[in-house]
Design a protein around this ligand. Structure first.
Ligand code: IPM
Ligand code: MN
Length: 376
C-alpha cells in the first residue's frame, strides 16, 4: 500500500478538533482507495509559543520543506497579541515555501443556504485564485516620527502638504506608510496558474481583478501581464474588473464568474465575501499552493477561540481542504470522493452543525461524512 507522509499543524482554538475530523475523513478515503496516510504532528501555535518563545524555527521550516503537502487547522489565540502567530507562523510558512497560489473555491452546495436571494447552486460556483506572496503583504513600510530617513520624510511631507495642506514640519505629526509590490514574474506565474487551472477544470472564463484606475503602477502592470498571458489561451475568454465593482457583482451576479484571479489583499477580502455567499466560513476551504514545492491546506476561517473544545463548529471547511490536499498529492479521484461525500451529507440535510441551523456536533458531522465515504 502506498503511504503518504503528511505533516499536520493542528494549531490554536478549534484547530485540533477540526483537524481531528479532517484526518478521520481522509483516513477513510485511504482505506477505501488503498493508500495510507502517515501523519507527522507539529505543535506550532499559541501553547508552543507561550511555553518556548518559538513561533516556527528555520530548522522546522527546512524539515517541512521536504514534504509535498501540509495540513493546518487554525492559528490565533487571545493570550497572544493579534498578528504575532498569524505573521510569525502562517505568513512565514506561506512565504518560506513560496506558496504563490491561494486557491479558494466558492461553491454553494445543495442544502446550504446562501444569503443571496434568488441564487442557487448553479449560480454560485467559481474559484478565487489569490496571489499569495506579493502586493501589500510584502511588509515594506514604516511609521515615521522623526527624520530617520530624510528622503522618505521629505516625500511624505510633500504629499501631506499637497493633499491635506498639513505642514508636518510644524505640525510634527506621525506618519505611517506601507508599500505594495507587484513583480512581473509574480504576476505572470499566478495569472498563468489561473489560466492553466481553468483549462484543467473545464472552465471557460478567467476574470482579473484590480484597481488599475487608481493604483496605476502596480495594477497597470498586472493588467498588462494578464493580457499578455491570455494570448496563450485562445479557448478561454477573459474579463478585467475593478475590485469595488467585483464586490458588487459577487453579490448581484455571481454566475458571471468562473475563475477569478486577484492580487493578494483584494483576494483576502473577496474570498471572505465569497465564503459568505457559499453559505459561510464553515464550508470554505483554501489551499496555499506551490505547484513545484510544499503546499499547505487549511480552512479559510480562523481559530474561533470562543468555541474551542466545545465540539460544535463545522469541520467541513477543513475536510474540503483535505480534499484539495489529496488533489495536490495527485489522488484526484480520492479528492473528488471527499467532495462528493460532503455534498451528499449536505444535500440530505439530516446532520447539520449550528452554523447550518442544526444541532450536530463537530464529530457527528465528521462521522457522517466518513460513513458516506465508506458507503460510496
Ligand atoms: C487568510 C487570513 C490571513 C491572511 C491572516 C490571518 C494573515 O486572513 O488566510 O485569509 O490575511 O492571508
Ligand atoms: Mn483572510
Amino acid at each position: 500500500m502506498t503511504a503518504h507522509k503528511v505533516p499536520v499543524i493542528p494549531g490554536d482554538g478549534i484547530g485540533p478538533e477540526i483537524i481531528r475530523e479532517g484526518k478521520k475523513v481522509l483516513e477513510a478515503v485511504g482505506e477505501v482507495d488503498g493508500f495510507d496516510l502517515n501523519w507527522i504532528e507539529y505543535p506550532f501555535g499559541a501553547d508552543h509559543y507561550l511555553a518556548t518563545g518559538e513561533l516556527i524555527s528555520e530548522n522546522s521550516l527546512k524539515e517541512l520543506k521536504k514534504y509535498k503537502v501540509v495540513y493546518l487547522g487554525a492559528l490565533g489565540d487571545p493570550r497572544v497579541q493579534p498578528g504575532v502567530l498569524e505573521l510569525g507562523i502562517l505568513l512565514k510558512f506561506r512565504f518560506y515555501m513560496d506558496e504563490y497560489v491561494n486557491l479558494r473555491p466558492v461553491k454553494l452546495y445543495e442544502g446550504v443556504k446562501t444569503p443571496l436571494a434568488n441564487k442557487g447552486p448553479s449560480d454560485i460556483d467559481f474559484t478565487v485564485v489569490r496571489e499569495n506572496t506579493e502586493d501589500f503583504y510584502v511588509g515594506i513600510g514604516s511609521r515615521v516620527k522623526t527624520a530617520k530617513s530624510k528622503q522618505t520624510l521629505d516625500l511624505v511631507r510633500e504629499m501631506y502638504h499637497l493633499r491635506f495642506g498639513i505642514d508636518l514640519q510644524s505640525d510634527a505629526g506621525e506618519v505611517a506608510y506601507q508599500i505594495g509590490v507587484i513583480t512581473r514574474k509574480g504576476a505572470k506565474r499566478i495569472i498563468k496558474y489561473s489560466f492553466d487551472y481553468a483549462k484543467s477544470h473545464g472552465r471557460k472564463k478567467v476574470t482579473a481583478v484590480d484597481k488599475a484606475n487608481v493604483l496605476t503602477h502596480m495594477y497597470g502592470m498586472w493588467r498588462e501581464v494578464f493580457q499578455e498571458v491570455a494570448k496563450g489561451y485562445p479557448g478561454i475568454s477573459t474579463d478585467m474588473a475593478f475590485v469595488d465593482a467585483t464586490c458588487m457583482w459577487f453579490v448581484k451576479n455571481p454566475e458571471w464568474f468562473e475563475v477569478v484571479v486577484m492580487p493578494n489583499l483584494f483576494g483576502d477580502i473577496l474570498s471572505d465575501l465569497g465564503a459568505m455567499i457559499q453559505g459561510g466560513l464553515g464550508i470554505a476551504p483554501g489551499g496555499n499552493i506551490n505547484p513545484e514545492g510544499t503546499s499547505m491546506f487549511e480552512p479559510i476561517h480562523g481559530s474561533a477561540p470562543k468555541y474551542k473544545g466545545k465540539n460544535v463548529v463545522n469541520p467541513i471547511a477543513t475536510i474540503l481542504a483535505g480534499g484539495l490536499l489529496l488533489d495536490q498529492l495527485g489522488l484526484r479521484s480520492s479528492a473528488a470522493k471527499v467532495e462528493k461525500a460532503v455534498q451528499a451529507v449536505l444535500k440530505a440535510g439530516k446532520v447539520r452543525t449550528q452554523d447550518l441551523g442544526g444541532k450536530a456536533s463537530t464529530s457527528q458531522m465528521g462521522d457522517a461524512i466518513t460513513k458516506k465515504i465508506k458507503d460510496m
